[in-house]
Write a protein that binds this ligand. Structure first.
Ligand code: TYD
Ligand code: MG
Length: 455
């Protein structure tokens, strides 16, 4: 008889391996690989081709079905991130660091959806029902017709959902769920994967929408939400810095709407409140223009958002100068520094560079390149940019500035917030009357010469 092969899988991304190693080749996480316990010790099954399956009935692509009737909960930030409301029978994963506010968000969402007429069940595997009720009381939600239970046994939960047939079920969290037919501890890759699979297929076949809450883990003790990302229709991440009150709900995958859409919330004593004008919030602490500070006119999803980049450049006491970045991509920073050196003759060797997005926002828009370059130069030359100016544009390796999408929306947002001039790549589609002063630049060297009189 063949020897049973031990297999290993990564708690973070779910990749499987035949050998243990300290670092996962799939996602690069350290200490996340654990041994998989076999599900059953029966003989290896024969090839499926040998047995006779049932013939599938095949259809064509044409449809008479109406598009799904979405339910709007009234929290417009959440409705937009979902792609315009909740689609019946959809499976949604909400991931985020512990303590970031997932349970708060979902309890508020449950209340809103149930008030909009959706039969909603909230199942807490982490807190006792009394604790959830206390939270609801603090949030002023006790009147909402949400039905609540606290349990972690998947069999009990599925039986309950089957009997009650709600339209929306919220499972908080997937890592506490325990399927008794799987022979490993709750929170392990096998358990999380099995529970998510059972819940999503159950929900799909019965037309119940299901929201799974998943903790992002750093220590690898429990499986992270990436293990279930591919099983659901929509993946939302709830992000934010603990010290800041802003929280950003970001769609990273959505079968029913645009990905990269964001919703902005503020954590207050009375729960999460929506931030309908995030630009005003992100720029609210801005004082007079200072060296190293540049306002970027960005687009997040379908919405323009102005954020402030802050840079600090200082002589380095280290042989290897520091490059520290918060809220932006570190690799992209290295690229901008290299282009500034190679194409504009401005070296950063021997200088520590710190770059930060104010307010705890994470920026992924490639148009931030020019704003970052401007912040770095402004910090290095100790010269502030002209007052009331916003910047955007992508930088190519040749040092040329490339136009970016949604220029008019960026200009409109800048104008709305009282900015009077914009620095943008040449060939940007600004329209005939942009309503704001636009300075167009063809390349980075020209920008450096024009704005900082150097280069
Ligand atoms: P929680 O929703 O429990 O986080 P998660 O489910 O992601 O682990 O949020 C917990 C934090 O939110 C906690 O540190 C306290 C804070 N909080 C408020 O600031 N205001 C509130 O009204 C509530 C309910 C929580
Ligand atoms: Mg929670």
């Amino acid at each position: 008889m063949a020897k049973t092969q031990t297999s290993y899988s990564c708690n973070s991304c779910g990749a499987t391996f035949t050998k243990w190693s300290g670092r996962c080749d799939g996602c690069g996480e350290w200490n996340s690989i654990v041994e998989d316990k076999p599900l059953s010790s029966g003989p290896a099954s024969k090839s499926l081709g040998a047995s006779r399956g049932k013939g599938l009935s095949l259809t064509d692509l044409s449809t008479e079905e109406a598009p799904p009737q979405r339910t709007i909960c009234g929290m417009s930030e959440l409705d937009r991130v979902l792609g315009g409301g909740l689609v019946p029978g959809s499976a949604i994963l909400v991931g985020g660091d512990p303590g970031i506010g997932k349970s708060t968000l979902l309890l508020q969402a449950a209340a809103r959806f149930s008030n909009s007429g959706l039969d909603t069940i909230y199942i807490s595997g982490e807190e006792a029902a009394a604790q959830v009720r206390m939270r609801a009381q603090r949030l002023g939600l006790t009147d909402a017709p949400v039905r609540l239970a606290a349990d972690t046994n998947l069999r009990n939960i599925l039986t309950t959902l089957d009997a009650e047939r709600p339209q929306l079920a919220i499972i908080d969290s997937i890592q506490t769920m325990w399927a008794d037919n799987v022979d490993s501890a709750p929170g392990s890759v096998s358990q999380v994967r099995a529970a998510a699979h059972e819940l999503t297929t159950f929900a799909k076949t019965r037309g119940i929408s299901v929201v799974l809450v998943g903790h992002v883990t750093k220590d690898g003790q429990i499986a992270g939400p990436r293990v279930v990302e591919h099983m659901v229709d929509t993946v939302l991440y709830f992000e934010g810095e603990r010290g800041h009150q802003f929280r950003i709900l970001r769609a990273v995958k959505n079968r029913f709407g645009p990905a990269d859409e964001i919703g902005v919330f503020e954590m207050t004593g009375g729960g999460l409140s929506e931030v309908l004008n995030p630009s005003a919030l992100f720029l609210s602490d801005r004082e007079e223009p200072a060296p190293g500070s540049v306002v970027f006119a960005g687009i997040e999803g379908t919405r323009p958002v102005l954020v402030e980049f802050q840079a600090l450049v200082a002589p380095s006491p280290h042989s290897q100068p520091r490059r520290s970045v918060l809220g932006w991509d570190g690799g992209r920073l290295a690229m901008i520094l290299a282009v500034l050196e190679a194409r504009c003759g401005i070296p950063f060797a021997g200088l520590d560079v710190y770059l930060n997005v104010a307010g705890g926002m994470k920026v992924s828009d490639p148009a931030a390149d020019l704003a970052v370059a401007a912040a770095l130069l402004s910090a290095r030359e100790d010269a502030s940019l002209p007052k009331d100016t916003v910047v955007f544009g992508e930088i190519s390796l040749s040092g040329a500035l490339r136009p970016v999408g949604q220029t008019e929306n960026r200009l409109k947002e800048a104008q709305k917030l009282g900015f009077t001039s914009v620095i943008a790549p040449a060939r940007s589609k600004t329209g005939s009357d942009p309503g704001i002063g636009v300075q167009k630049m063809t390349d980075l060297a020209g920008f450096v010469g024009e704005i900082f009189g150097a280069g």
